[in-house]
Every structure is written in structure tokens, then in C-alpha cells.
Design a protein. Sequence first.
Length: 141
Amino acid sequence: GALDGQVYQAGTLSGNPVAMRAGWETLCLVEQPGFYEDLFAKTERLVQKIQKTIAKTQAKACVQYVGSMLTLFLGVEQVRNKQEAASVNEKQFAELFRFLLEKGIYIPPASQEAWFLSSSHTEEHIDYTAEAVSEFIEKYL
């Protein structure tokens, strides 16, 4: 049976050679010099473009970020705590989600979830996303 030894070990990908190799390659990738600096710069690029549109249009919105994660809050000018985060305009966010999805951009479907950038995102992806978010802000906020 499954409990033939003194240690029981199980899991969906436990010992799976493809999963093990993918994990190894990921570790090798993130250990490369400049990996995180490049990743964080991509996030800053996207955030700055969105912030510029928010400022230009005076939209009631803000974007918070750290590292390679960001969240765009609609219906609030700043978020400093849980209460302010909870007061976002959920209807506007749902509209943003659908708007971006129609353009081939998938963001988390809930307003309280963070967006994640990856090393696979190119400057073209960043610019395309920023342009789409800006288009939404300019048209609907």
C-alpha cells in the first residue's frame, strides 16, 4: 500500500520530472544578475504610464505597487488602509476587467487582487496594457 515505509509522501507534482525541471530552470532564471531589477522596472513603467493618465484626466483612481505586483483602485483617490481599499467602485472595476479582456489582457477578476508582472512580459506588452488602461480611464472615468 501507500504506507509501506516510515515516511508517507504524496502530492500532485511530487517527484514529477517535468515539474522538477521547471522549478530548477525558474531558480536558475531568478538568480541571473539584474533579474529582479528588470522585473521591477517593468512594473514601474506600467504604473507610471497609468499614473500619468490618472493625473491628466483627474480620474478618481489610484495605483499602488511593490516589486512586480500592482493594484489599480477605481473610485478612490488614495488607498492607505483596508477601509479605503474596500470603498473602491466594484462596478467600474468589473467594466475595466471586461474592457481589458476584450483586448486580450487578462487581469485578476476581483478589484482587491494584485496584478502580477513576469519576466515574460515585454515592453510591448507593458505599453499595450498601459494604452488600454488609459483608454478605459479616458472614456469611462
